[in-house]
Structure formats: C-alpha cells, structure tokens
Write a protein that binds this ligand. Structure first.
Ligand code: SF4
Length: 321
C-alpha cells in the first residue's frame, strides 16, 4: 500500500457472527482504500453491513478474517495495548449523541476522559482545561458549556460534543457512523459543514457511513455503495451522480427527494421488498431478488468487479465484457 496516499486499506474483510437464526454474513471479503485527507462515503440500506464495517475497522466488532492496514500496519494483528494506543489515531462519531454521552459527566469531563486515559494530560492539569476549551471552540461550543451536562443540550449541540470528544485526541482517521441521521435537516448541514471544516484544518480522513445518499453527496470525495455485505459501486462522488451504473445505486438515487430540474430526469424506481437476510443471502448476485434488470445468470453467477470508467467500479453482469 502507498502509505503516503492511503491511510486505511481494507483487504478481504469478513465479519460473521452467530445469532439465534443462524450465522450472519455481515461482510464478505470487502476491499476498500481510504485516501489521506479525503472522505469516503459508505452508503446502503440498514442491514447492508455498513456500520459493521466501521466498527470492524476499529475492532469494536472483531472481524472473522482479513486485513485492516492503518498507515501500513495490519491492526488486526495488534495486541490489546497496541490497539489501545492506536485508538487515539482512529476515532468514531456515533449516530445517537445522547446515548453515547455519559449523562453523569459534564462536557469538560466527557471531552477530557480520552485525554487522561491516553496519558496526554494528567487529571486536573490546568493546561488540559485550556486545551478542551480550544477544542470546544473549534467545534462551535461556547466556553460556558464546559460544566454543563448532556441533557442540557439540543441534539445538534450533543453531536458537537461527540465530535469534540473524538477530535480532542487529534486522530488521523474518523469513522462517522450515521453521524447526522438523528438530526433535523437544518442542523444536519451545520454538522456536515463543521466536519468538513475540521477535516480541512486537521487533514483528517473520514469514513462517512449513512443510509442517505443526499447527505453523503456533499461531504464525500468518493462514494461506495454497499448491498448485503458487498460493494456494488464505487466512484468519485460527482461522477456517481452523473453516471450511475448499478441498478441498486439507480434505485437509491431515484428515491432522493429533489426538484425536477436537478434530478437529471430520473424516474423513481421502487425497490420491492426488504433487504434479504444476511443469514441466508440470495445466490449469484445478491441483489437479484429485487433487481428489475435481473437475467438468468444473475441468479447463479456472482458478478465480478469491473472498472467501467477510470476510477469507477461496478459489480454487475450488465457490464461484463
Ligand atoms: Fe441486477 Fe443482474 Fe446486475 Fe445483479 S448482476 S444488479 S441482478 S443485472
């Protein structure tokens, strides 16, 4: 891997886990590279494995097999101590800011917790308070909020606290897992702007996970569309919206509420049914049970990845040479 260009490289990543209904195949040999200082949007319906992916990279969910290279080193080979050290560089911002903030801790304590546990500051160090204030200011939180508790804040402010907590550690890579999904549309754009500003300032790399293609459009440099544990399409963000190849991406894009002028004349494609169970995924192309373009071979033969334009990859038999 070119470590100057890519911060994270995922190879052959498999995640399986056992439930009462059987073995869930959440990720099936996933491959992906994240470029330094850029945002990769990871999109798909709920249950497609995108959150599992974010957690597997950080080993919050232990992968079954594969590799996650962070700056050239495979984090899946790390012991506990090395992984703890690495977590400083690899952070996560969760969907539900309220559930992820300890209600008995003040904002200052929440943001400072990681700083003391990683030994960056000693508890009570006045320099730490100064530093936390600076991080709060960067994240749009006023200094008087330092001694307040999470329940005293709105959803948008709580998400700012969650972001401040992650970014206080000066990470290099951040997983944003549905980070704006619980917020009102107007607050969503404020948080997206904040994340973009912080990325520019600190040269961060983001994996931005969402079910909402319209959200990811504004923050991502590249977009990866996922279906049932596999990548189905990957390209530069603008290119994906201009030239959509995969029938699943087409359906997701057609569902974005938009004005007639800027939807490129797309007709709404209704996806039949729910995403199938990852316990017993369909044979061949996993999307065949819902695809309007399904051919006989799609039911039995797994499609391979094709580069349909430079840097634009699609996994669908329609583009077999
Ligand atoms: Fe549809 Fe076949 Fe392409 Fe799968 S491989 S998306 S079923 S056309």
């Amino acid at each position: 891997m070119d470590e100057r260009k890519y911060v994270v490289e995922i190879k052959d990543l498999e995640v399986e886990y056992r439930t009462d209904s059987g073995v869930v195949h959440a990720l099936n040999g996933f491959e992906m590279k994240l470029e330094k200082g850029k945002t990769l949007g990871l999109v798909g319906e709920s249950g497609c494995g995108k959150s599992t992916m974010g957690r597997a990279i950080l080993r919050l969910h232990e992968p079954t097999s594969g590799h996650v290279y962070f700056q050239g080193e495979d984090v899946l080979t790390f012991d506990k101590a090395k992984m703890k050290h690495m977590r400083r560089d690899m952070q996560i911002v969760f969907q539900d800011p309220f559930a992820s903030l300890n209600p008995r801790m003040t904002v200052g304590q929440i943001i400072g917790e990681g700083l003391t546990s990683h030994g960056i500051y000693k508890r009570g160090d006045p320099a730490m308070k100064e530093y936390i204030m600076k991080v709060m200011e960067d994240c749009g939180l006023a200094s008087y909020m330092f001694n307040r508790y999470p329940h005293q804040f709105s959803g948008g402010q709580r998400q700012r606290i969650g972001i401040a907590r992650s970014l206080a550690l000066s990470p290099k890579f951040v997983v944003c897992d549905e980070a704006v999904s619980a917020l009102d549309v107007s607050i969503q754009s404020q948080i997206l702007n904040l994340l973009s500003e912080l990325r520019e300032k600190a040269g961060l790399t983001y994996l931005f996970i969402t079910h909402d293609l319209s959200v990811v459009k504004y923050i991502s440099d590249r977009i990866c569309v996922m279906y049932l544990g596999n990548m189905v399409e990957l390209s530069e963000s603008e290119e994906l919206f201009k030239h959509t190849y995969h029938p699943y991406t087409e359906a997701l894009l057609s569902a974005i509420p938009t004005t007639e002028e800027d939807n490129g004349g797309r007709e709404r494609i209704l996806l039949e049914g729910d995403i199938p169970s990852p316990v017993n995924p369909p044979s061949g192309c996993k999307f065949h049970t819902r695809c309007a373009n399904c051919m006989a071979r799609c039911k039995v033969e797994e499609p391979q990845q094709r580069e349909v334009e430079p840097g634009h990859f699609v996994v669908c038999h329609l583009y077999d040479k």
